[in-house]
Structures are given as C-alpha cells and as structure tokens.
Design a protein around this ligand. Structure first.
Ligand code: C5P
Length: 217
C-alpha cells in the first residue's frame, strides 16, 4: 500500500460513548487531518447484514470496495440495534479483514489536502496504526457514558430508556474487550485520557498540549 511520508498520524481507542469521536473531530480541525470514525464501518456492515438476507463476505467486500467516506454520514447507522449487531459481527476475523483496507488507506494515504489522519475505534492503537505518531486511550465511567449516549438518542427522538442504553453499553464493552481478535485494550504506549469529569474543552486542551509539544518542538 502507498504510504504518504511526513504526515501526522493519530490513533485513538475507546469504549463506546466515551467522547473519542468528539475529541477526534476537534483534533482533525486543529491539525487539518482526515478523520475516520472506524466504528461507522462496522455499523455499515451491520446495517447491510440487518437489511439483506443474502448478506455474506463477498457481498460485504463488494460494498466496501465502492464505499465513499460520505456514505458514512448515514443516520441509519445511529441506533442501538445497529451498534449491537456491529459488536457481534466485529468478532469475525474475516469481516475485520474486509474492513481493514479502507481504514489503512485513510490512515496512511489521506488526500494531499490533509496534513495527516486521525482514526478512532477499538483496535487502532493496538493493530491498525501501531506506529502512529500519537496514541490515546479515551475512557469514562460506564454510567457517565450511558448518560451521554441517552441524551444523544433523546435528541434524535429514539424510543429507548436509560436502563436499556446502560445495558447495551455494558454488553458491548464485554464483547469488545473479551473477543479473540483485536480486543479493545489500552496499549502501554497510549496516553490515558479519562473524560468522566472533564468538559469537552478541557479534555481537548489536554490532548492539544501533548500534541503541540511534539509537533512544534
Ligand atoms: O464506535 P462504535 O460504537 O460506533 O462501534 C460499533 C462497534 O464496532 C463496536 O462496539 C465494536 O464492536 C466495533 N468496532 C471494532 N473495531 C473498531 C471500531 C468499532 O470492532 N476499530
């Protein structure tokens, strides 16, 4: 695969709803980086599976080959059913392999208008971008995460209770952390950011201070 040299690469892992997406977007704006929410790829695969009885590896491969970044701005991807199905199919190594290439090309060969890339997910620091210039593990207490996700769902008028959101986050944490392939874990070389008691801004300033030190020194 073609790799651009001298680019800024940022890898972020986190359990669901810990604020990684928010921070990744802020990082991408600040440093002019391409942002890829890799969870959306697994959600896209989950949606294809939910909608098509004939879903199989080849079908997914064909759809991934023609996937555009803009296709990921799909409201259909934001639901508890899609998230839970994503977590189940993400255990399958063959599905992970099909999704891998798209992620690698965003990570290492972003369009030249960008100065680099920032990807968030579950296996970005540990598998996908082991050599990233910056590695962060963003987390928060599960009740706080459920509260945030519940508020997001309410804004979108989703019919779901706080208890249900909490239950599915706990279930996904368990699946994502204990699976055989690419489990979610904090790598030794990742910087831990706990967002439970931090505002979005103070969390970003923490990250920005770390990044500026390395980029501008
Ligand atoms: O990040 P998000 O909650 O949208 O991810 C949905 C699911 O996709 C996760 O619970 C996880 O099982 C899977 N995923 C993964 N590896 C990634 C990103 C997401 O296994 N890099």
């Amino acid at each position: 695969m073609k790799k651009r040299s001298n680019i800024i690469t940022v890898a972020i892992d986190s359990p669901a709803a810990a604020g990684a997406g928010t921070q990744a977007k802020l990082i991408s704006k600040e440093y002019n980086l391409l942002y890829l929410d890799t969870g959306k790829l697994y959600r896209m695969a989950a949606l294809l599976k939910i909608k098509n009885k004939n879903f199989n590896y080849l079908y997914l491969k064909k759809n991934m080959a023609k996937l555009k970044l803009s296709s990921l701005d799909n409201k259909g991807l934001i639901s508890d059913e899609v998230a839970n199905t994503a977590s189940v199919i993400a255990q399958d190594i063959r599905i992970r392999k099909i999704i891998k290439n798209f992620q690698l090309s965003c990570a290492y060969n972003p369009p030249t208008k960008y100065s680099g890339s920032v990807l968030d997910g579950r296996d970005i620091t540990s598998v996908l971008m082991k050599d990233a210039m910056f590695k962060f593990y963003i987390t928060a207490n599960v009740k706080e995460r459920a509260k945030r996700r519940f508020i997001e769902y309410k804004k979108l008028k989703k019919n779901i209770t706080f208890k249900e959101v909490l239950k599915s986050l706990k279930n996904r944490d368990k699946l994502d952390k204990n699976r055989k392939y690419s489990p979610l874990k904090k790598t030794k070389d990742s910087i831990l950011i706990n967002t439970t008691k931090l505002s979005k801004k103070s969390c970003f300033y923490k990250i920005k201070a770390i990044m500026d030190k390395k980029i501008y020194n």
